[in-house]
Ligand binder design. Structure first.
Ligand SMILES: [Zn+2]
Ligand SMILES: [Zn+2]
Length: 375
């Protein structure tokens, strides 16, 4: 498969810093960039580092309400206060830091729409919980939601696919476009019975003309690669081929990983590689390769860079050896107090029969809800 791949980068990504005791550690995006580079994935001209930019206020307001944007601006100047019930504290310069994350996703969108590159990855993006009028779940401005609106208005797109594989339900994006028939939204996540934000059930299939276009697959804790991939393969390729998107957006939160500190799924790097590989193939088959990958959650520093490096290698169609480069191990050691991971790829795991059955039941439930949505 041909197509050049962009990696959006700016050293300012690490300024999205919710504080020293917050579980979202900004160093994870820097360690990701460093691992991608140390593994030689940027060494030939099929890959390009794309410069980020800051989003303008008008662009942010493609999704967010004016009064909320003003509030973020005010708290950003003050450098204190809470932007939601407690998970998302304001910090000095938070307006600028989150505008850069949004602008990076917009730059990625422009690159793939301009046709110069086919795929792009913004590791700092994927802030999928923010709502039009409020912050939520560590997310101040919702960059995927803004990109969707931006691509619709600037490039007149009529069929966009948003796939969200973060361990948490992408509520900000889904509810933001719940009645919008131009957006097919597919969201795999740990069930809201166990995990924030407590939404994203199979009966939430969209409203009005968009009924049937919002598909939620809540998974039980301990869901591993096999059960997850079985559900994924059963749902995604068929639904996506039927819809024929003009662009594919994937929120690739790394918190579905087996060792994540905040969530309880059991995915390995192998599942991420399969998922991104399948979306990559579908992008070439259906929409000239146009695929924008966002980061997202991910709270264990030894995992996030590996998961996203595997995802990036898959996207750029490169093989990725298993060794952890010494220079990167040193950077990791200096930046964290965590044990250095021994390998890039995880060993395969085995699922339990119980979770496999639960996941199959959820897929059946979704099918039933979609059938009802047709009537
Ligand atoms: Zn490709
Ligand atoms: Zn998450």
């Amino acid at each position: 498969m041909t197509g050049r791949t962009g990696l959006v980068w700016d050293d300012g990504f690490v300024n999205y810093d919710l504080g020293p005791f917050h579980p979202l550690r900004p160093i994870r995006v820097k360690l990701t960039f460093d691992l991608i580079r140390s593994k030689g994935l940027l060494d030939d001209d099929t890959v390009e580092v794309v410069e980020a930019r800051s989003a303008t206020r008008d662009e942010i307001q493609l999704f967010h309400e004016n009064s909320y944007v003003s509030l973020v601006e005010e708290y950003s100047r003050k450098g204190s206060g809470l932007l939601d019930a407690g998970d998302t504290p304001a910090f000095k310069g938070c307006y600028e830091a989150t505008s850069l994350v949004v602008g990076a996703s917009l730059a990625a969108a422009d690159m793939i729409m301009g046709g110069k590159i086919s795929h792009s990855f913004n590791p700092s993006g994927g802030l999928h919980h923010a709502h039009p009028e409020r912050a939520s779940g560590f997310c101040i401005f919702n960059d995927p939601a803004i990109v969707i609106s931006y691509m619709k208005s600037k490039y007149h797109l009529k069929r966009l696919l948003y796939l969200d594989i973060d361990a948490h339900h992408g509520d900000g994006v889904m509810y933001g476009y719940y009645d919008d028939p131009t957006l097919l939204n597919i969201d795999f996540h740990e069930s809201g019975h166990y995990l924030f934000p407590g939404t994203g059930f199979p009966d939430e299939t969209g409203k009005g003309d968009a009924r049937g276009l919002k598909q939620n697959i809540p998974l039980p804790p301990s869901t591993g690669d096999q059960a997850y991939l079985e559900a994924f393969r059963e749902i995604v390729p068929r639904v996506v081929r039927d819809f024929k998107p003009e662009v594919i957006l994937v929120q690739c939160g790394a918190d579905g990983h087996i060792d994540d500190r905040l969530a309880h799924l059991r995915l390995t790097t192998n599942a991420y590689s399969e998922i991104v590989g399948e979306m990559h193939r579908l992008a070439h088959e259906l929409c000239n390769g146009r695929l924008l990958l966002f980061g997202g959650g991910g709270y264990t520093l030894a995992n996030v860079p590996r998961v996203w490096t595997v995802a990036f290698a898959t996207l750029s169609n490169k093989s990725l050896s298993d060794n952890i480069p010494i220079e990167w191990a040193k950077k990791f050691e200096n930046a964290t107090k965590d044990p250095i991971p021994g390998n890039v790829h995880d060993l395969p795991t085995t699922d339990t029969e119980q979770t496999t059955k639960q996941v199959r039941d959820t897929v059946a439930e979704l099918r039933q809800s979609l059938k009802m949505a047709e009537h």
